[in-house]
Design a protein around this ligand. Structure first.
Ligand SMILES: Nc1ncnc2c1ncn2[C@@H]1O[C@H](COP(=O)(O)OP(=O)(O)OP(=O)(O)O)[C@@H](O)[C@H]1O
Ligand SMILES: [Mg+2]
Length: 279
């Protein structure tokens, strides 16, 4: 197919995005399992688990104190909790940016605790950090190309899929990311992560600093990514809205699990409501 035909095919395909961003072979073990709203646990346990994670920065005190975060294949897990609770630290630990003093991280049954972040990317993990998650002086397109730096194959099709998911980025592809609105930058950051065709996407506060309308829109796109079979683990300060779309939710307090349940369970738990959701 010519690229023009590719584009047309992709446009015609709108509304049926199953597996559009997942790998067709090789890494593409994640199934589009959310059609019925539920997924099945992998035989060997959760798809991704940071189990009993304990550790801190450098020689400093422990920030994580036996924290466990897990997400099943194709599902959306959400971490909420007060500022400074260790949510970002838990994400960094899962991605290999923190040396754990205790606990383990397993992906699809494989112990990856000792792997560096780039090795985890090669295993199918992608991470969008809370801050400084785009290269502001580079164009949108260059940012997306940076996301594909580990790939040796033709990634133009994936870039078109990202533009399909976030059409505004196609329009602004030649603009420096620094000129974009906050919500558009977050789309660049998520798009860049998707360029690796990840099996699991880690998002640290993807809706930080955006308006409620943009937040809803971003959540819709995240659901779309999950429906394409990509497992999602995200931290959110918009706890109520995030738990609405969560298959499983974790409330972290002082680096430990305070409450765990389905999004619905946490939303209806009187203690969680009173303490973390403002009543
Ligand atoms: N790079 C770092 N070096 C040393 N301490 C750090 C570092 N990053 C975070 N901390 C400390 O770790 C603790 C947890 O921080 P973390 O960023 O994980 O919290 P958080 O739950 O993500 O908070 P927020 O809601 O504000 O994003 C805080 O006490 C913080 O000061
Ligand atoms: Mg944080």
């Amino acid at each position: 197919m010519t690229s023009e035909e590719d584009l047309k095919a992709l446009r015609d395909d709108r509304g049926n995005k199953d597996a559009s961003i997942t790998r067709k072979q090789g890494m593409g073990t994640a199934e589009p399992v959310r059609a019925g709203g539920h997924s099945h646990p992998a035989p060997g346990g959760p798809f991704l688990i940071g189990e009993n994670m304990t550790g801190g920065y450098g020689k400093g005190a422990n920030i994580l104190n036996g924290c466990t975060i897990a997400v099943e294949r194709g599902q959306i897990a959400v971490i909420v909790g007060p500022n400074g609770a260790g949510k970002s630290t838990a994400m960094k630990a899962t991605f290999g940016m923190l040396n754990l003093r205790g606990g383990a991280v397993r992906l699809d049954g494989e112990d990856i605790t000792e792997l560096a972040p780039q090795a985890r990317v090669a295993k199918g993990m992608a991470f969008v950090p809370q801050t400084n998650n785009v290269f502001t002086s580079m164009t949108v397109e260059e940012n997306l190309e940076m996301g594909a730096f580990l790939r040796r194959d033709d990634f133009s099709g994936t870039m078109e899929q990202v533009f399909d998911l976030f059409p505004i980025l196609r329009t602004k592809r030649r603009q420096p990311a620094g000129e974009l609105s906050g919500g558009q930058r977050q789309q660049v950051a998520v798009g860049r992560a998707l360029m690796t065709q990840p099996k699991v996407l880690l998002l640290d506060e993807p809706t930080a600093g955006v308006s409620p309308i943009v937040m809803d829109e971003l959540f819709d796109r995240i659901i779309e990514v999950a429906r394409a079979g990509i497992t999602i683990l995200m931290v959110e300060q918009n706890a109520r809205q995030a738990l609405e779309i969560a298959d499983i939710g974790y409330v972290l307090v002082q680096g430990a699990n305070a409450h765990t349940g389905t999004g619905r369970e946490l939303l209806t738990d009187p203690v969680v409501r009173r303490t973390f959701l403002g009543g």
